[in-house]
Ligand binder design. Structure first.
Ligand code: NAD
Ligand code: UDP
Length: 333
């Protein structure tokens, strides 16, 4: 674990997190503030929620700025690190305004990269397993070039994130210190129950006594990483000397149907399953090759899906308890 070769690193650091009111960004912000750093969170609140930041709002080392990174970003004073997590991550959310999603990835990245260059700050990009598209290999290593549709409904995000990687590595050639993680499906407390991703949908539906919506037969697979594991990987990456993109995720691979069964068993819900049409270009499989992360960061995830789901369900149970329809099911076992 490193430090910037040849430069003096200020401690505590002054850190900007774009997208800090979102699911992952708020966990990262909490961890960095707890480590004693000054954190400025910048977010347009498109999918993020101020409630995610409630525990930080009274901290003197924390501040929030409402801003869209598509517009130029100006921050007074020095910055040591910039984290770019700004972008809706859930397919129904990023497809609501595809051009804005693409601008967020491209114009937003350019604005933050220019800021990094001006401040001589190290900059992180939250890239994604979506750069592999609908992969035709069963374990995706960073060397895999991907199988992406340039003009389908997911392209605004997939191609936006691919373009952002290009920008980050071009700025690296200009001397900016960049770190890029390809994040695989991550879940946990503080996901918005209305976000539309599979874990938040299934847990909300099970707790509210609604049908679990399974796309297709549910035979497509995903590998689900608990958010605390991811944040540990992000921090190790940012403080490492790793060059090039690094996969971060959990190697446990589950079908969507298996996930639904686990959620039903853990919540004790008797919600039925409702099959819906498979969305266009939905990847059939996804599982990270973690060789680079293990070798270069000494990182691998520790929290299996069963344990992470239990913690997520407990959080959702609390958040949904105040809603009109009661959380109707009792804890199993
Ligand atoms: P999220 O939707 O909860 O958080 C994204 C945050 O970015 C939100 O607070 C949103 O309001 C903000 N945002 C969006 N567009 C913005 C803009 N133009 N300007 C300023 N703020 C903007 O999603 P998340 O799961 O926390 O994901 C965080 C990052 O990690 C995203 O970049 C996402 O693409 C990436 N990622 C996440 C996953 C995952 O499974 N969670 C997987 C791969 C990549
Ligand atoms: N999915 C599903 N029901 C839902 C939401 C999603 O079956 O209510 C499926 C979705 O089609 C995909 C998988 O679950 O095959 C993961 O979807 P998510 O939106 O969480 O992430 P992504 O597709 O971006 O990996």
């Amino acid at each position: 674990m490193d430090d910037r070769a040849g430069s003096v690193r200020r401690e505590p650091r002054r850190i900007l997190i774009a997208g800090g009111a979102g699911f992952v960004g708020s966990h990262l912000a909490a961890r960095l503030v707890a480590e004693g750093h000054e954190v400025i969170c910048l977010d347009n609140l498109q999918t993020g929620r101020l409630s995610n930041l409630a525990p930080l709002m009274s901290e003197s080392r924390f501040s929030f700025v409402r801003h869209d990174i598509v517009q130029p970003v100006a921050i007074e004073g020095p910055l040591d690190e910039i984290w770019n997590l700004a972008c809706a991550a859930s397919p129904p959310q990023y497809q609501l305004d595809p051009l804005h999603t693409f601008r967020t990835c491209v114009n937003g990245s350019l604005n933050l990269l220019e800021l990094a260059r001006e401040k001589q700050a190290r900059i992180f990009q939250a890239s994604t397993s979506e750069v592999y598209g609908d992969p035709d290999v069963s374990l995706q290593a960073e060397s895999y070039r991907g199988s992406v549709n340039t003009w389908g409904p997911r392209a605004c995000y997939d191609e936006g994130k691919r373009s952002a990687e290009t920008l980050f590595f071009e700025y690296e050639r200009l001397g900016v210190e960049v770190r890029v993680a390809r994040i695989f499906n991550t879940y946990g407390p503080r996901m918005s129950p209305e976000d539309g991703r599979v874990v938040s949908n299934f847990v909300r539906q099970a707790l509210m006594g609604e049908a679990l919506t399974i796309h297709g037969e549910g035979q497509q697979t995903r590998s689900f990483c608990y958010v605390d594991d991811l944040v540990e990987g992000l921090l190790r990456l940012m403080r490492s000397d790793a060059r090039g993109p690094v996969n971060l995720g959990n190697p446990g691979e589950f079908t969507v149907r298996e996930l639904a069964d686990m959620v039903l068993a853990q919540t004790g819900s008797d919600s039925p399953l409702l099959h819906k049409p498979m969305p266009q270009d939905d990847p059939r499989q996804r599982r990270p090759d973690l060789g680079r992360a293990k070798r270069e960061l000494g990182w691998e995830p520790r929290i299996p899906l069963a344990k992470g789901l239990a913690m997520t369900i407990a959080h959702f149970r609390e958040e949904l308890a105040g809603r009109d329809r009661p959380v109707s099911v009792v804890r199993a076992g």
